[in-house]
Design a protein around this ligand. Structure first.
Ligand code: UDP
Ligand code: MG
Length: 258
């Protein structure tokens, strides 16, 4: 049976999961006009991480914010060694922000989450535990999503179409709260919109992926950066690119090499 090259190299781990111990993590947070959310988010992350024995730091990626987000980041970084930041010259989108965060990450694991407090940092310790059971990626599933009814319906239909066309079973790929092996995240082909397909891209590299239920909260400060229909249209075209990548992924097995 032919499998992709990387998958093949990982295949023993795939079938016989090896428990891993996470030493350090980089928490990557894309930020676009989230000034009121950042101090609260950082305090919540600190509280959640105090329940673990891991080394950690946050990497805020300022995606060209026009409010005081950068000023708030600088203040937090001055007070706390655990705060780092990357600042874009202009708004480049959430995928670019994730990519810059992956590249800046020095932890053996990357945790991604939104800056707007919709994801709950209190979920991180349980996700790390799941990862340590032998996964390369753990993704959140917002079982009780706190968004408008239109957004929830469109997202449900979108997830169904995405799963069907990309041969997936991911319950909620749009949930930003994810834990990923840094060395794999740094190798992902990232383009605008690709952050919505991270589980599929990771699986194409041979990653073993687990899903866990996570909390989801309504946005309290600031506004959503996406219109429902714009996102749906863009995602559909990105899905075609993902299908193309899936079909064209190398699938050879090396039988002998000298
Ligand atoms: N975001 C970003 N760049 C953008 C749009 C959004 O960095 O161009 C960030 C935003 O600040 C937030 C996350 O991506 O931390 C998710 O955005 P949002 O909460 O608006 O999305 P929604 O929850 O409405 O899907
Ligand atoms: Mg949000």
């Amino acid at each position: 049976m032919c499998q992709s090259l990387i998958y093949n190299n990982l295949s023993i781990r795939y079938y016989f999961p090896v428990m891993t111990t996470i030493k350090s993590l980089s928490i990557v947070v894309p930020v676009y006009n989230e000034e009121d959310n950042l101090p609260i988010l950082f305090a919540e992350i600190e509280r959640a991480m105090s329940r673990t024995d891991k080394d950690w730091h946050v990497i805020f990626v300022d995606d060209g914010s026009k409010d005081r987000s950068l000023e708030v980041m600088r203040q937090l970084a001055e007070k706390h060694d655990t705060v780092r930041y990357v600042v874009f010259a202009q708004n480049c989108g959430q995928s670019a922000a994730f990519k810059a965060g992956f590249d800046a990450a020095t932890g053996d694991v990357v945790v991604t989450m939104d800056a707007d407090l919709q994801n709950d940092p209190a979920d991180i310790p349980a996700m790390l535990q799941e990862y340590e059971r032998g996964f390369d990626m753990v993704i959140g599933w917002r079982a009780k999503r706190q968004d408008s009814i239109v957004k929830k319906i469109v997202s449900k239909i979108g997830n169904g179409i995405r799963n069907r066309l990309s041969n997936e079973t991911v319950k909620d790929t749009g949930c930003s709260l994810k834990v990923m092996r840094t060395s794999m995240a740094q190798l992902l082909p990232m383009f605008t919109g690709m952050h919505r397909f991270l589980p599929t891209l990771m699986k194409m590299q041979g990653a073993k992926v687990a899903e866990v239920r996570v909390n989801h909260r309504p946005r309290q400060h600031g506004v959503s950066k996406y219109g429902v229909w714009d996102r749906t249209k863009a995602t559909f075209f990105d899905l075609l690119a993902i299908r193309w990548m899936q079909k064209r992924t190398f699938r050879y097995t090396i039988r002998e090499q000298k």
